[in-house]
Design a protein around this ligand. Structure first.
Ligand SMILES: Cc1cc2nc3c(=O)[nH]c(=O)nc-3n(C[C@H](O)[C@H](O)[C@H](O)COP(=O)(O)OP(=O)(O)OC[C@H]3O[C@@H](n4cnc5c(N)ncnc54)[C@H](O)[C@@H]3O)c2cc1C
Length: 484
């Protein structure tokens, strides 16, 4: 037994997995397992004991039945782009990666939906249906890599979810393999209309961070591409003026498709990396995208310009054509990638505040940055009040790691104090477990655990995530090592 009450994986179990899915689809060598030692939250690392890469729902069901018989923890994984340690194998276990189940199984243009395997990469859906004037709306900045299964696991958002909603608004139904190997379908099936017969449990596993079982196929909603776009760049001397503008755009009643902010450090890094022509001396840049029927857009754009200027915007530019618009989005979505030019490591935070509190929250982040003596650039979904302060550090310096954790804690605590939340879209994972008890009452947490136990009575599926002091989890040694 492991310290958390799970069993160890023996060579005979590895051989049994190989017989179920093929030897090429099982990884158990220590060097290869290092690939899976963390996700995009790199502060804590530990490899699983074995990785299984199934190709079908039946294979997953057979593997999970062995895991149940042997009392082994299971960790579902998509592309591993999670930013909060949601796929960390805290005490080892069987990591089940969906990266060999990537097909788009069918596209139903008339009913505007597609059936995809869970390992299908988000952006591939839009690529497959754009010739029909359709797209898959949730657009996490990681959409060139992240999978639909992972999007369901974290209920992902993205720049355009301000107007179009997050993953849960675009998943009509999905197939789920429970931790005991049973296969069920939640929500609308591919054969039926959009109504759900009986209890609508579709939402239950969306955002459950892989704790309710393994999603194998999903029926996704397709959305018509808007008739026209107008994309504006508001250029400001200060973050404060840009934040105030965000608040006022929302108050005006406009619902932009996207409303994103980049501060000076990020803008400089992005400009150095991609050379779009962003002003590197500006305090902050707002990207405001309006979309919909062409006739209404000029009036909306005029209002956005007026609000930017009323808040001392130095300049407001409008994307000249579709090429320039797409270039702006390419830069924005690759912003995290440009951080390598600033620092060897960074921790991405994901707090939320009411939009009206954005200006004071941004001032607070600047104050924390000065206090802990670490740079904290910001690029985020301003229209949702969903912040992404990126705390820059060097993991080789233990004192920088300690100060990173201090900054992170102070920022998230302030989000709660301001009436917000510690996660907008990246999930709780292992990173924010300790904040759950600050944000929810004991009764709230127990109600969530009751639902979890209905799917996974043995709490073997993605243990150690989201819930503080989960009985089967024991202590989490990794964070203590990092913070020591
Ligand atoms: C550069 C960058 C930019 C990002 N931008 C955004 C953004 O704009 N918006 C946003 O929301 N997120 C963003 N993220 C975070 C991340 O990409 C998302 O959380 C994404 O949904 C994770 O997908 P994945 O396939 O990588 O899943 P993983 O990281 O592998 O897993 C994420 C969670 O889902 C569970 N899971 C994965 N597959 C399954 C399955 N088949 N069945 C059940 N559970 C499963 C896992 O157990 C885990 O809990 C970003 C990350 C990076 C690195």
């Amino acid at each position: 037994m492991t310290s958390a009450g799970f069993s160890q994986i023996s060579p005979s179990i590895v051989a049994e997995f190989q017989s179920l899915v093929g030897a090429d689809n099982v990884i158990s060598g220590s060097a290869e397992l290092l690939v899976y030692e963390c996700d995009a939250y790199t502060l804590e690392k530990r490899p699983p004991q074995v990785v299984v890469l199934p190709r079908t729902t039946d294979e997953i069901s057979a593997v999970l039945k062995v895991c149940r018989r042997e009392n082994l923890p299971i960790i579902p994984r998509g592309a591993g782009t999670s930013l909060s340690g949601t796929v960390l194998a805290v005490t080892g276990g069987v990591l089940i990666a969906l990266t060999r189940m990537t097909r788009i199984l069918s596209v139903d243009v008339r009913n505007r939906r597609a059936l995809v395997e869970a390992g299908c990469v988000n952006a591939w859906i839009t690529n497959a249906v754009k010739s029909h004037g359709l797209y898959y709306a949730p657009d996490p900045s990681s959409q060139m890599a992240c999978t639909i299964g992972g999007n369901i696991g974290t209920n992902s958002g993205g720049p355009h979810t301000l107007k179009y909603g997050v993953t849960t608004n675009h998943i009509l139904g999905y197939e789920l393999v429970l931790p005991d190997g049973e296969v069920l379908w939640l929500g609308t099936t591919p054969e039926c209309g959009e109504d759900v017969r009986g209890l609508d449990l579709r939402g239950a596993a969306i955002g459950s961070e892989g704790m309710f079982g393994i999603v194998t196929r999903a029926l996704v909603r397709l959305t018509p591409v808007p008739q026209a776009f107008k994309t504006l760049l508001g250029i400001f001397e200060t973050v404060d003026d840009a934040s105030q503008t965000v608040s006022e755009i929302i108050r005006s009643g406009l619902v932009p498709g996207a409303l994103e902010m980049m501060d000076q450090l990020i803008t400089q890094a992005v400009e150095k990396a991609y050379r779009f022509g962003f002003p590197t001396d500006a305090g902050a840049v707002l990207i405001v995208e309006l979309d919909g029927l062409a006739p209404g857009l000029e009036r909306q754009a005029a209002l956005v310009m007026e609000l930017c200027r009323a808040n001392r915007a130095r300049e407001v530019r409008v994307a000249r054509d579709d090429i320039e618009r797409l270039e702006i989005w390419k830069c924005r979505k690759r912003a995290f990638g440009a951080i390598g030019r600033l620092s060897p490591n960074f921790l991405t935070q994901d707090g939320v505040v009411p939009r009206s509190r954005l200006p004071e929250m941004m001032r607070f982040i600047q104050e924390v940055s000065r206090r802990v003596e670490l740079r904290i650039p910001n690029v985020f979904h301003a229209g949702d009040g969903n912040l992404h302060p990126l705390i820059l550090y060097d993991e080789r310096d233990p004192d920088q790691v300690r100060r990173t954790l201090v900054a992170s804690e102070e920022i998230l605590n302030r989000c709660i104090e301001l009436g917000g939340s510690v996660s907008g879209e990246h999930g709780i994972g292992i990173e924010k477990v300790d904040f759950m008890a600050k944000q929810f009452t004991e009764d709230d947490l127990e109600a969530m655990q009751v639902l979890r136990r209905a799917f996974d009575p043995e709490l073997r599926c993605n243990p150690h995530k989201m819930f503080p002091g989960s009985k089967r989890c024991g202590d989490i040694p990794l964070r203590k090592q990092a913070a020591a």
